[in-house]
Design a protein around this ligand. Sequence first.
Ligand SMILES: Cc1cc2nc3c(=O)[nH]c(=O)nc-3n(C[C@H](O)[C@H](O)[C@H](O)COP(=O)(O)O)c2cc1C
Length: 359
Amino acid sequence: MTLYARLARPALFRLDSERAHELAIASLARGARLAGVLAGRVPADPRLVRELWGLRFPTPIGLAAGFDKSARALAAWPRLGFGFAETGSVTAHPQPGNPRPRIFRLPDDGALINRLAFNNDGAAAVAERIARWRRGGGPLVPLGVNIGKSRDVPLQDAADDYAATLDHIWAGADYVVVNVSSPNTPGLRRLQDATPLRAILERLLAVDAAKAASGGHARRPLLVKLAPDLGSEAADQAVDLALELGLAGLVICNTTIEREGLASPPDLVEQEGGLSGRPLRDRSTAMVRRARERAGDRLGIIGVGGVFDADDAWQKLAAGADLVQLYTGLIYGGPGTARRIGRGLVERMDREERSALPG
Ligand SMILES: Cc1cc2nc3c(=O)[nH]c(=O)nc-3n(C[C@H](O)[C@H](O)[C@H](O)COP(=O)(O)O)c2cc1C
């Protein structure tokens, strides 16, 4: 058992989930360097490196969207052994999200339920923090920015709203993820249907092209994040649309509104919101596999959902993910999680290489 699991987790889990999260972000924002020292050695192994979209990822293990929504602790993620991070979801203007309590732990299931609804400081503040981080001289890893729809903007105006956010965060983003899959913003997931999704993506591609052309910069890889609750047919359609529009890739997947097979007490299971963590793992992996089979090597795929250890990460990579992310695994595993997974992947590759040796 890790030191985190023995000492820190019981103390943090006595606090309300969101208080514990705020405390973690505030400590990581102030003490990124110290956190890095405490979390142990970064696995630097050339076999972990991924080259994708013209970016170099020192490991395929990334921080999922939602943990550092407002880019407050960017300096901490590379130091904790993450090979990349995704900030957001960011909206055009700051918004408070739903009333608290709005994050619930389900330890019996290794899961969380959240109904935060894109509480964030808004695109301008996030863009400013990203710029400061890039100037800061600390270790840098690729940074994705995940953009969401503002709650008060009607669905038919979603393309304008996403475009306004992209305009702010474009310069600071190494890749951009369009979030149309959170269950907590009313109607959002309807934007995954082919017609509205096409309109939003075409608009964002146009903003991207214009910004790249005007500054003589490279275009930004644009990805869509999908819900696990899409049927297979709708997921296939989303893959086809991504291919047709020439998107860079997909993030698979967001939280689920399903609650099947949980062991936690009903008062927790029945909380409204998106479920993440262990119960999501195999569904997410199956969705990654299906998307990879359909897209071949024409899309980059980030696999996310229920990654707690190196075996979970390995399964996602084996199913066809280029990169893997985690959120809930970090709550249960603590600040050493990304490094443990990196080390575990290296050990696994060593074992496979040894067993592949002749004789
Ligand atoms: C508390 C919480 C907040 C989240 N917020 C966002 C968000 O703002 N945008 C987003 O795209 N995904 C968000 N997610 C979803 C995660 O990025 C991820 O897709 C999902 O939790 C599955 O991964 P996991 O099982 O490793 O947690 C959030 C998840 C949690 C638990």
